[in-house]
Design a protein around this ligand. Structure first.
Ligand code: ADP
Ligand code: ZN
Ligand code: ZN
Length: 760
């Protein structure tokens, strides 16, 4: 059911109304206020913003609820200073969702609300585009004798006019109907309280969501059998909460399945929310959606400025936009007619926010769909272990697309053992020969190297000096184009030294390979061939990524070099050879999720090859051809790998078979974060032993973070793990209360990461 703003108006006429609000502050609680005047009684409602006194300042808060009771003694309650909105900026379903977010992520509720609304709403007066002032008659006017106005012809005329329209008239409507000096007459009537101004929503124009005749611009492709099966299963559960995983290899036509499902939702006059991992993916998807549907489609992503974001947000909230395609934070957008949620590339790490509120947009979307009673579809060629686990448990349906749609064939993948081979700046001779063969056939080649810059380390051949960042436990990367050394962790930069800063020796070596170096090498090897490097350094300017991708799409005989930006979603029909230059980088990591990430990366990058009629080939350069993850993946495919990985996690009781939270702390000194985390350990251990009778929860640490020093701060962490989510949350809840009341965190900045996705 669409949620209208009417539901937000709570009729209250108690003696005392307590207004419960979310104030942007790091305190983890709601705050109670009183109403300032009689007048406020009529205007207060859940979801609007109010100005409240807070300490010695005032803050903009959002009304979460109205009640007759408060735990705060009446004489301590202060009145709100001002009501800022005439209509709710957040509907009840989003308020409920954000309350859940605050509880689940153990985050201050005021900050949660602050994050979820457009930046402009953090400032004072922002009128909704759809608000208007109407003039209506008061009871007083109706009770009085109008003959006293015999000589005030204009006032009388206004009254008669307004009498016929109970919901009142706007200034524009009045000026069409009245003549002469009606404005002063209106003012006189307002002064004597016979007419009052009322702010209301503009009547929605009889708005057609369609700008063409039909929802679809053209008929869909004829779906293949697998697609057909997935679509009809999805449509069976299209009007209720139901979670589905669309597990389809790259090029299997998942997007076509989404489109068919969305078409049904649009026919039911519903809105659809589509979440995507990154802005780079949005233009392509937007194009495909626009190509298909005659409805308003908008996207929300970090490339928009604050005003653009707010406009889209408002249009979606008003129901004018029927399909919203957005990144992570779009999950909070109010949608009055929400009919379904889709999450494309659901395995992608970028659905998890990595600072502030470390929320997972995917998990929030699942909760939102459940609250709203609408279906949710997660799509990926490399589903996350969490989603596969939900399928195993029967909480999510699993639909598989195993054939490439159209004529494309899946690529051949093999390992290229580079032990004992001479590598020319990262390229083996075997690979160079293969590149030649593919280029000769006028095809394209994609080289993947997940590291930008020229080389990650600069070394003095004489004294062994290494280009360390003085603010991080990391090395400075040499960027050849700008002749500078840069830290990829704190953004520190310096000139490339002409000689060793320690011993003044002039021969410095560049160790390791970045995309710039690959580009230089390939240019020398293939001077005739057009080369495109796609990484964060070459695509900083707005629009460059899109134009590069366009050029690649149209071209022949090109070499593409890129970081993981190239692994995602893009469609390169002429690429027939994909090479991952250094797969070993990903093989050894302390993070238990590393094999999953590696398998996803390899599968995703491989998926870029041979998407059209030409058959593709994928080559992985490695010095560890015996590695188990690699071999399982090659011989048994991603699903084979996933089964093994899940079995392993089950045995070791790791997520998704257990729940984790990571407590992070940073300070100016190691001893400060250590003291804090030790204290956390004690507190949690006590809660565990007293309240929870020593349940299964475990504490691992405190330990220094894998990169202990970053941007001049020292960082440590403490991992909490439990087989029962409830216990984990009770322990953390108790911990937060103790930390806040005992002022334990005076020398540290700390945060809690619920369901951490990487342990850094
Ligand atoms: P995915 O999202 O799974 O990577 P896409 O939906 O992008 O796959 O489909 C890959 C390609 O196959 C696209 O060019 C698409 O137009 C085409 N395609 C998808 N379904 C069909 C179909 N049923 N018949 C013909 N071509 C199809
Ligand atoms: Zn030196
Ligand atoms: Zn640094």
């Amino acid at each position: 059911m669409p949620k209208t703003n009417k539901e937000n108006t709570v009729a209250v006429k108690p003696k005392q109304t307590i207004v419960q609000v979310a104030v942007p502050t790091p305190l983890r609680r709601k705050f109670d206020y009183l109403l300032a005047s009689e007048d406020d009684h009529e205007r207060i409602q859940v979801g609007i913003r109010v100005l409240v006194p807070f300490g010695r300042t005032t803050k903009i808060a959002i009304v979460l609820g109205l009640s007759e009771h408060s735990d705060v003694p009446a004489n301590k309650l202060r009145p709100i200073s001002k009501i800022l909105d005439k209509q709710a900026i957040l509907p009840l379903d989003i308020i409920k969702l954000l309350n859940w977010v605050a509880r689940y992520y153990q985050h201050p509720i005021g900050e949660v609300f602050q994050t979820a609304i457009p930046v402009h709403y953090r400032k004072k007066e922002i009128p909704f585009a759809t608000e208007e002032i109407r003039y209506i008659l008061t009871q007083q006017a109706l009770d009085n004798d109008w003959t006293t106005l015999k000589r005030a012809i204009r006032q009388l005329s206004l009254l008669k006019q307004l009498q016929t329209v109970p919901k009142g008239l706007t200034k524009e409507q009045l000026s069409q109907k009245q003549e002469g000096q009606w404005q002063s007459a209106l003012k006189a009537l307002i002064d004597k309280k016979w007419v009052k101004e009322q702010v209301s929503l503009k009547a929605k124009p009889a708005y057609s969501y369609l700008y063409g005749e039909e929802i679809c611009k053209h008929s869909a492709l004829i779906l293949n059998e697998e697609q057909e099966r997935a679509v009809s299963a999805l449509l069976e559960k299209a009007d209720e909460y139901h979670a589905s995983l669309l597990d389809g290899i790259t090029g299997s036509g998942k997007t076509e399945v989404y489109l068919s499902f969305i078409e049904y939702q649009l026919q039911q006059s519903r809105q659809v929310l589509v979440l995507v991992p990154e802005i780079g993916l949005t233009p392509q998807l937007l194009e495909r959606f626009n190509d298909r549907f005659n409805v308003t489609i908008q996207s929300l992503h970090s490339g928009l400025n604050n005003t653009q974001r707010m406009l889209v947000w408002q249009q979606v909230s008003e129901g004018k936009v029927r399909i919203l395609i957005g990144t992570r934070s779009a999950v909070f957008t109010p949608m009055p007619d929400l009919g379904a949620i889709l999450i494309d590339e659901e395995h992608d790490l970028s659905f998890k926010q990595q600072d502030g509120i470390r929320y997972s947009a995917k998990d929030i979307a699942l909760v939102r769909a459940n609250n709203a009673g609408v279906p949710i579809i997660l799509g990926s060629a490399t589903p996350s272990m969490e989603s596969l686990f939900l399928c195993q448990q029967g909480k999510m349906s699993h639909y598989k697309l195993r054939q490439r749609a159209g004529k494309a064939k899946p690529p051949q993948v093999h390992l290229l053992d580079v032990r004992g081979q001479y590598l020319q700046h990262g390229l083996s001779q075997t690979l160079i020969n293969l590149m030649k063969q593919h280029l000769e056939k006028n095809n394209q080649v994609l080289l993947f190297q997940n590291r930008r810059g020229y080389s990650p380390v600069l070394l003095c051949n004489k004294c062994g000096w290494i280009s360390h960042c003085h603010r991080c436990d990391a090395k400075l990367t040499y960027h050849r184009q700008h002749h500078r050394l840069r830290c990829h962790h704190c953004q520190v930069e310096q000139e490339l030294p002409a000689h060793c800063p320690e011993c003044a020796h002039v021969e410095l070596s560049y160790l390791g390979i970045g995309t710039e170096r690959v580009e230089k090498t390939v240019r020398e090897l293939f001077p005739e061939v057009e080369i495109v490097r796609i990484d964060r350094d070459t695509t900083q300017r707005k629009g460059t990524l899109e134009s590069m991708l366009e050029r690649v799409k149209d071209g022949q005989q090109q070499i593409l070099i890129g970081t993981q930006m190239l692994a995602k979603g893009h469609h390169f029909p002429n690429v027939t050879l994909v090479a991952i230059l250094d797969i070993d980088q990903g093989l050894y990591s302390i993070d238990f999720r590393a094999p999953e990430r590696l398998a996803q990366l390899i599968t995703q990058v491989s998926g870029r090859a041979g998407r059209a009629e030409k058959k593709g080939q994928v080559v992985l350069q490695t010095s560890h051809p015996e590695d188990e993850t690699l071999n399982t993946l090659l011989n048994e495919g991603y699903m084979g790998f996933a089964q093994k990985a899940l079995a392993e996690r089950k045995e070791l009781l790791l997520p998704p078979y257990a729940y984790q939270a990571l407590i992070r702390a940073e300070a100016n000194k190691t001893s400060d974060y250590q003291k804090f985390l030790d204290a956390c350990f004690q507190v949690m251990n006590q809660i565990k032993n007293t309240l929870l009778q020593g349940n299964d929860s475990q504490f691992l640490g405190p330990v220094p973070a894998p990169m202990e020093k970053k941007a001049g701060k020292f960082r440590g962490q403490l991992l909490v793990q439990s087989v029962q989510r409830k216990n984990l949350h009770r322990i953390l809840h108790g911990l937060i209360q103790t930390v806040e009341t005992n002022k334990m965190a005076q020398r540290v900045r700390w945060s809690i990461d619920i369901d951490p996705q990487d342990l850094y």
